[in-house]
Design a binder for this molecule. Structure first.
Ligand code: PM9
Length: 462
């Protein structure tokens, strides 16, 4: 008999009411499918995928309460009752004053960038995100990475690797002047660093520094509830506070946020832009009508706004967050225990494989993370996403490839969708690719789109 573990486990605070069958296609079919997709997992058909860990964006399972809310959609063009429910939920849980929905996160990023950034401005942030930086650059700004150096080291165990490097931010302000910095873009958690959180203490310090210079802070709140859970678990003084109260305090140190509701807010589509300044909001809502729709729907159906309002309330539940991040950590710790190189500590929404450590023989210009994601699909039907040199794109001035220190493959866990058994199968599939690492080959890019190339680029094996 094995010794009985003494731990007490968490379990999901829900049970399953409806299922969607999955299907695994044969190894031959997978080989053909990934070749036809140009070795880019974004270009696979979803019906050829067994376990889909491409993204946690828009892939959550909604609750019965959310589905019930869908039936209460008020599809009026203007002033839908669901907008007011959504506005009230954002005000209650995030604390911002003025809100306009957008079709998804990048819609909000576009509006914010256009109203705040002038050509020649600098936008510091705790690591780039693809769509965020794209809109900042399209508005004429230059993104400056001010995340702490630990964030660029996959093995570093620092618990708050999403923190802003205050000295680097102060140095930028001294170098270019506060007038050239329309705002600091703070992401919580930091996606490209491995879903790593930023601490409350660091956020307070960023607020103090920026206030002294009259610079605004806009939060990328896409996974701020997950960030609040990490603060509760890891930061002294927050263990007895609810995730909801931590979220509210965290947001209070910013002047507004962009949001992709497709992540934390447990919906399949939607986002918002929230601002505390009325004049800025007026400018934003004048642009929303150009790009998104009227300011009371911003590209969303009434029913989708209702689902998001209800999803926000569900997302801040402590039990939900414990199970959500618990599942991510279950997968990550299993791989780590088996000696598979993953970004440490395990982040909030995904487990990130360190492709440099997998394939030290493949130079970064031969796209090791892209190759690893393709190999994982071919091996097992598990779909992951490249987060390395392909995602990083090119320098907007020189046209040269960015060479990020982190060359990663992201196994992203949708919320309330897969079971521990799916995590076990995923871990075993990754381990099989790890065992076969010596024979892996790099890729050559055969088609490069002009914008956000990782979505549509095509490759062939070298
Ligand atoms: N994130 C993700 O898979 C969607 C596809 S990749 C662009 O991680 C942050 C931190 C995100 C994010 C999307 C957006 C954009 C903004 N900030 O996809 O436009 O992770 O709703 O949000 C994806 P939308």
């Amino acid at each position: 008999m094995k010794p009985r573990p003494t731990k007490r486990s968490w379990a999901e605070p829900w049970k399953v009411k409806m299922v969607e069958p999955l299907r695994m296609i044969s190894a031959d079919e997978r080989r053909r499918a990934i070749a036809a997709a140009g070795y880019n997992t974004f270009l696979l058909r979803s019906e050829d995928v067994y376990i889909d860990l491409l993204t946690d964006s828009g892939t959550s399972a909604m609750s019965d309460q959310q589905w019930a809310g869908m039936m209460l959609g008020d599809e009026a063009y203007a002033g839908s009752r669901n907008f007011y429910n959504l506005e009230a939920a954002i005000q209650k849980y995030y604390g911002y004053r003025y809100i306009t929905p957008t079709h998804q996160g990048r819609g909000a990023e576009n509006i914010l960038s256009q109203i705040c950034i002038k050509p020649g401005d600098y936008v510091p942030g705790n690591m780039y995100f693809t769509t965020t930086r794209h809109h900042q650059e399209a508005a004429g700004g230059t993104f400056v990475d001010v995340v702490i150096p630990e964030a660029h080291d996959p093995a570093n165990e620092f618990p708050f690797k999403g923190n802003v490097d205050l000295e680097a931010l102060a140095a930028l302000i001294a170098r270019v002047g506060a007038a050239k910095i329309p705002y600091v873009c703070v992401a919580a958690t930091v996606n490209m660093a491995g879903g790593q959180p930023i601490s409350m203490a660091n956020m307070q310090a960023v607020r103090a520094l920026t206030r002294a210079h009259g610079i605004r802070i806009f939060l990328d709140a896409t996974r701020a509830v997950e960030n609040a859970w990490f603060i509760q678990q890891l930061e002294p003084g927050y263990r007895d506070r609810s995730v909801a109260s931590i979220l509210l305090e965290f947001c209070s140190y910013s002047d507004g946020c962009t949001m992709s509701g497709k992540k934390d807010a447990l919906v399949n589509i939607g986002g918002w832009l929230a601002l505390n300044d009325k004049d800025l909001y007026d400018e934003a809502s004048a642009l929303v009508v150009v790009y998104e729709g009227l300011h009371t729907y911003g590209g969303m159906a009434g029913r989708d706004m209702e689902a998001m309002a209800r999803g926000i309330a569900e997302s801040v539940s402590d039990d939900h967050m414990t199970a959500r991040i618990g599942q991510v950590q279950y997968l990550g710790e299993m791989l780590h225990d088996w000696g598979v190189p993953v970004v440490r500590p395990i982040g909030g929404h995904a487990v990130y494989l360190d492709a440099r450590a997998f394939y030290p023989h493949i130079p970064q210009d031969q796209f090791p993370a892209q190759a690893l994601a393709a190999n994982l699909y071919e091996e097992s039907g598990v779909r992951a996403m490249e987060r390395g040199i392909v995602s990083a794109g090119r320098d907007k001035l020189t046209g040269e490839n960015h060479h990020p220190k982190l060359e990663l493959v992201r196994l992203t866990i949708p919320r309330r969708v897969y079971t521990q058994a799916h995590m076990d199968v995923t871990a075993e599939s990754v381990a099989a690719v790890w065992d076969a690492r010596a024979s892996a080959r790099g890729l050559r890019m055969t088609y490069e789109p002009r914008h956000l190339r990782f979505f549509q680029a095509r490759f062939e094996p070298i």
